[in-house]
Design a protein around this ligand. Structure first.
Ligand code: FBP
Length: 550
């Protein structure tokens, strides 16, 4: 990195605030045997060697650290980028070196592929220092290859043996951590002396549960989006002439949208999980938004902001049915790709059930065309490519024309659309993420040190000052249940969707009518790295609502 911004140079000196318990020698306190959150018999059968292991909590000890044998560790970044990944790696590096300066850390390149294809580099102090407190995953790169086949485990075993690596840390989301547990089980069952430890990563915030309070990267990414949403709200409140439809990343769950909603108080904030729970149709949604537009117009406010979660359409039951039917139909039509665009449309309409055909025909032409054009490598319709924000803006426009004709709306409607996702995934980590990630990595080194395998690094108590955070590990099998994947029942970490009964959603639901009809925007401004703790060290709002009585 020859060219560095001034912020980058100063930020390199930031010393993450490690929990008090991790400063110096620790003692691993073992809890009682554990159970998975559901389907205990199945999970126990699939993980005979690693099921039921105890929770580990680290405590400070005055006893001098026992001499630790030289340990080589490998690390993998898996899946989408999330701010703070470099700090997990630097925390892991520092933790390992504190245990024994001769310990070595190897980074496998471009995700799980690096392990399988034997592409790696040793991460030395010089390299680590270049990346402390920076965003991105570029220190070793990341990839989405799933590490779930025995052949891959065996190829990995060869390079792990060659490099004398006895522990592997996998930094990833729910799928990658599920696979980390499978790998840990496989190596233990086959007497391969390699421990496997997971670290909870994803901006989507859907890897969280009783044991993992939040995934890293969520805080920074939502702060970046909230800054820009706030800027747009201020623009909107200044010009008073646009409705902004803003789609926010989050492949499935709406945690990002809820968090940004709580931070910025937009006029409309759609939560997919609620849409599903209420069995809403696309038309219901469009009617609701159009009504807010009409109500505001009646009060002279022809402007507003609407937050739309990326995963929305998968949660609209009628839409999900349509997509399932299309996937099945297109799988059986091998020459579909050779048809002209209009022929495809006609073919699809004539082969759908009546309900789905109606949903399909009511979509804006651009969206229905798009659904018949792009399919992923498995042959499925690619929902993530649907420009939901544009689709909603267009459908609301049409609905308002109808309402105007019925005398139910009298205003002006001009829409702007945005999609925020990649902008936030590699931002320089907030102090919260910088501290949290460093602690997760340092803690992972201790899990390696105490011989754990099949555990996820866990740092908790996150609304307290970081010095008071609790550190330890939970067996990954504890977080698992059985789910159907590709027509087969599989053990997986339960994905956390927005809980409609929990305090963050309830707090939002209690305020949203006011936000819709008044203008209550909040402008969070950019992430602050230097300054008072109440500006710089705040955890996500969602965590506050979950952990405090505010
Ligand atoms: P992870 O679950 O791997 O963390 O990635 C999540 C995510 O950022 C989603 O929010 C988004 O839908 C997706 O990645 C985009 O994936 P890609 O980087 O492959 O375009």
């Amino acid at each position: 990195m020859a060219n560095k911004s001034v912020l980058q140079q100063l930020r390199a000196d930031y010393q993450p605030k490690l929990p008090e318990v991790l400063r110096g020698p620790v003692r691993a306190v073992m809890g009682t045997p554990t159970e998975s959150v559901a389907d205990q018999d199945d999970i126990k059968r699939i993980f005979p060697c690693t099921y039921g292991q105890p929770q580990i909590t680290f405590e400070k000890t005055d006893a001098p650290a026992a001499p630790s044998p030289v340990t080589n560790v490998g690390v993998i970044l898996s899946g989408g980028q999330a701010p703070g990944g470099h700090n997990v790696i630097s925390g892991l590096f520092d933790g390992l070196k504190a245990m024994n300066p001769a310990n070595k850390l190897y980074g496998f390149l471009m995700g799980p592929d690096g392990l399988v294809n034997h592409e790696y580099k040793e991460l030395t102090a010089d390299i680590i220092d270049e990346y402390r407190n920076t965003g991105g995953f570029d220190i070793i790169g990341s990839g989405r290859t799933k590490l779930d086949k025995v052949e891959q485990f065996e190829k990995g075993r060869i390079i792990l043996e060659q490099l004398n690596i006895s522990a592997l840390v996998i930094i990833g989301g729910d799928d990658s951590n599920t696979n980390a547990a499978i790998l840990a089980e496989y190596y233990k069952a086959n007497n391969v002396p390699v421990q496997v430890i997971g670290c909870p990563k994803t901006i989507d915030g859907d890897l969280k549960n009783e044991f993992i309070e939040t995934s890293f990267g969520f805080d920074t990414a939502t702060k970046v989006y909230a800054e820009v949403i706030g800027n747009i709200e201020r623009d909107c409140n200044s010009a008073k002439k646009y409705w902004h439809f803003i789609k926010l990343m989050g492949r499935s769950a709406s945690h990002i949208t809820l968090e940004c909603g709580l931070q910025t108080q937009p006029n409309v904030c759609i939560i997919s999980e609620e849409v599903e729970a209420k069995n809403m149709t696309l038309n219901d949604l469009v009617n609701d938004i159009a009504q807010v537009v009409a109500d505001r117009a009646a009060r002279g406010m022809n402007y507003g902001t609407v937050l739309v979660p990326e995963g929305l359409i998968e949660f609209i039951p009628a839409f999900r049915k349509l997509i399932n039917e299309m996937n099945l139909m297109l799988a059986n039509h091998t020459t579909f790709g050779q048809l002209y665009a209009d022929e495809r449309r006609e073919y699809v309409i004539s082969h759908l059930s009546n309900d789905s055909a109606l949903v399909f025909m009511r979509l804006p032409l651009s969206v229905s065309r798009q659904l018949t054009l792009d399919r992923d490598s498995h042959g499925n319709v690619q929902l993530s490519l649907v420009e939901t924000e544009k689709m909603l803006a267009e459908m609301v426009r049409k609905r308002l024309i109808e309402m105007k004709m019925d005398g139910k709306y009298n205003g002006k409607f001009a829409a702007q659309t945005h999609f925020f996702g990649y902008e936030g995934r590699c931002a320089a980590p907030s102090n919260f993420d910088a501290d949290y990630c460093y602690a997760l990595g340092y803690n992972a080194a201790h899990l390696v040190g105490c011989g754990a395998t099949g555990y996820m690094s866990s740092v908790r108590g996150l609304t307290k000052p970081s010095t008071e955070w609790v550190a330890g590990g939970f067996p990954i099998t504890m977080m698992m249940n059985m789910e159907v994947r590709n027509a087969e029942k599989k053990p997986v970490i339960k994905k956390a969707l927005v809980d409609l009964e929990a305090r963050p959603f309830k707090a939002f639901a209690a305020m949203r009518d006011k936000w819709a009809h008044d203008t209550c925007y909040i402008y969070p401004g950019p992430i602050q790295y230097f300054g008072p703790a109440e500006v710089c060290d705040q955890p996500p709002r969602t965590l506050y609502y979950e952990q405090t009585q505010e």
